[in-house]
Design a protein around this ligand. Structure first.
Ligand code: SAH
Length: 213
């Protein structure tokens, strides 16, 4: 079966059937070729319901989990979004399809190169990748209307709280590397107050850095 058909099936069987309703999220998953973000050895499995290995011992998350996180961000086309943990670049490409501008930070230089290559191949001109410790955010382009963290930390790093716009949303897994982790969604209500929601149990690689593990 060709990749476009596999993508349509992924959207129907893995996302719509499990309650993903945000049409902008579904459109992005139908448009962005996940097989270009995994190594050749995994291309046949690119649209399967599972995370897959990428270089530097990291993983590209399960499609459903990414969709759930993107839906929770309540994105608008005009948003400026920060992602921590570029990994393969797949989630950044989905974001690039949905919003105006995406900034993404990855700590492994090897993955920065890997992600930039796929993003350039797809012409994702509104996605900028930088190497660094994402627990410190990317202050130059703040504030962000949405922030998504793709690795699990001990708590929400203070720099990320500060770089979130008022009314902005932040989605991130919190919990120990091999223990219980919960996905949380923070909404900034004012200069000093945030609401938070628990979106359920998840499993992510650890967030390593100054404000991480
Ligand atoms: N969004 C990715 C999934 C990446 S997995 C995708 O679509 O493929 C999480 C990534 O977070 C890993 O690549 C890991 O190296 C990175 N990471 C962990 N701690 C980090 C930190 N402090 N700053 C930036 N990236 C970090």
């Amino acid at each position: 079966m060709d990749f476009a058909r596999q993508r349509q099936q992924m959207v129907r069987k893995q996302l719509v059937s499990r309650g993903i309703w945000d049409q902008a999220v579904l459109d992005a998953f139908e448009a962005v070729p996940r097989h270009l973000f995994v190594g050749e050895a995994y291309q046949d499995m690119a649209y399967a319901d599972t995370p897959l290995p990428i270089p530097a011992g990291q993983t590209i998350s399960q499609p459903y989990v990414v969709a759930y996180m993107l839906q929770a961000l309540r994105l608008h086309p005009t948003d400026r979004v920060l992602e921590i943990g570029t990994g393969s670049g797949y989630a950044a490409a989905l974001l690039g399809h949905m919003v105006q501008q995406v900034y993404t930070v990855e700590r492994h230089a090897e993955l920065v190169t890997y992600a930039r290559h796929s993003l350039a191949q797809l012409g994702c001109g509104n996605v900028q990748v930088c190497q660094g410790d994402g627990t410190l955010g990317w202050p130059e382009h703040a504030p962000y209307q949405a922030i998504v963290v793709a690795a699990s930390g001990p708590s929400v790093p203070e720099p990320l709280r500060q770089q979130l716009a008022i009314d902005g949303r932040l989605v991130m897994p919190i919990g120990r590397p091999h223990g219980r982790q919960h996905l949380i969604c923070l909404t900034r209500r004012s200069e000093t107050s945030y609401d938070d929601d628990d979106l359920g149990e998840v499993r992510f690689v650890p967030l390593i850095g100054q404000e991480g593990w």
